[in-house]
Design a protein around this ligand. Structure first.
Ligand SMILES: [Zn+2]
Length: 249
C-alpha cells in the first residue's frame, strides 16, 4: 500500500520537475502560466496533465496539433517514482529518506537542464544550497557531526576547481554542483561520488568520441554524470566503499 502511494507521489513530483526543467532555462515562472503546448500554444487540459497516463492516452502527441511530445517527460516521472520507492526500501520513512528525496529531485532538474542546455542555473544551485544547509544543520544539531558535511562540500568542490585550473576540462557550474553534493553526502561518500563521476564521464565521453557523436574538442556537460554518480552513491556508496577497502587488503 505504501508503495502505491509513493508511486503516485513520485509521478506527481516528477511531473513538477518536468515543469522546472522546461521553464527555468526559458526564464519563465514555475507556477504561472498554466502549461501550454510548446508547438501550437494551446492550453493543455487538466485531464491531459496526468503523469504517464496522459502521455500513453494521447500516444505521445499534442491533442490539438498532433506534435510529438518528448518521451523524456514520462520517463522523468517514472524515474522519480522509482527513486522514491527505492529510497523507501533502503531507508524507510526516515530523515535520510526526505533528505535524499529532495537531493535527488534537485539533481534531476540540474542534470537534465545541463544535458539539454549545457548550462547550470543559479536558481537551481540556490535551492540546492538552501535545502542542503537546512538538512545539514539538522544533522549537526541531532548527531553532532559538524565537519563531515563541510569537509565534503569543500573537498568535492575543491577537486573539481583544481581540475579546471589544471586542465580547463570542466566548468565552474560543476564546482557548484559538487559543493552541493558534498554538503548532502558528507566527506566519505563525496570521495565515492567523485570516483564514480570520473568513471561514468570516461565511459560515456569515450563512447561519444568512438561513435563520432562528439569530437575530443567538443564540450561534454559533466552535470549529468555528477547527478548520476550521486544517485548511485546514495544507494550503493557504502557497499562500494566496503568492497574497495576489502579488495585493498
Ligand atoms: Zn500542440
Amino acid at each position: 500500500m505504501d508503495t502505491i502511494f509513493l508511486i503516485i507521489y513520485g509521478l506527481v513530483i516528477g511531473s513538477f520537475l518536468n515543469v522546472c526543467i522546461y521553464r527555468i532555462p526559458n526564464n519563465e515562472p514555475i507556477s504561472y502560466p498554466p502549461s501550454r503546448c510548446t508547438n501550437c500554444g494551446n492550453r493543455i487540459k487538466w485531464y491531459d496533465l496526468i503523469p504517464v497516463l496522459s502521455y500513453v492516452n494521447l500516444k505521445g502527441r499534442c491533442r490539438f496539433c498532433n506534435t510529438k511530445i518528448s518521451a523524456v517527460y514520462p520517463l522523468i516521472e517514472i524515474f522519480t517514482a522509482a527513486i522514491l520507492v527505492g529510497l523507501y526500501y533502503k531507508y524507510g520513512i526516515t530523515f535520510n529518506f526526505f533528505k535524499y528525496a529532495v537531493f535527488i529531485c534537485i539533481l534531476i532538474v540540474i542534470g537534465i537542464i545541463d544535458l539539454k542546455t549545457t548550462d547550470v542555473y543559479f536558481s537551481t544551485i540556490l535551492v540546492g544550497l538552501i535545502t542542503g544547509v537546512l538538512f545539514t544543520s539538522y544533522a549537526i544539531f541531532h548527531y553532532g557531526i559538524i565537519l563531515n558535511y563541510i569537509f565534503g562540500a569543500v573537498f568535492a568542490a575543491g577537486v573539481i576547481a583544481l581540475i579546471i585550473i589544471l586542465t580547463k576540462g570542466m566548468g565552474w557550474g560543476d564546482v557548484e554542483i559538487c559543493f552541493i553534493c558534498g554538503l548532502y553526502l558528507g566527506f566519505k561518500l563525496s570521495i565515492v561520488m567523485l570516483f564514480l563521476t570520473f568513471i561514468i564521464g570516461a565511459i560515456v565521453g569515450g563512447l561519444l568520441i568512438i561513435t563520432k557523436r562528439k569530437s575530443r574538442k567538443d564540450y561534454i556537460p559533466f552535470g549529468p554524470f555528477i547527478a548520476l554518480a550521486s544517485i548511485i552513491t546514495i544507494f550503493w556508496g557504502e557497499n562500494i566503499m566496503a568492497w574497495y577497502f576489502k579488495s585493498l587488503m
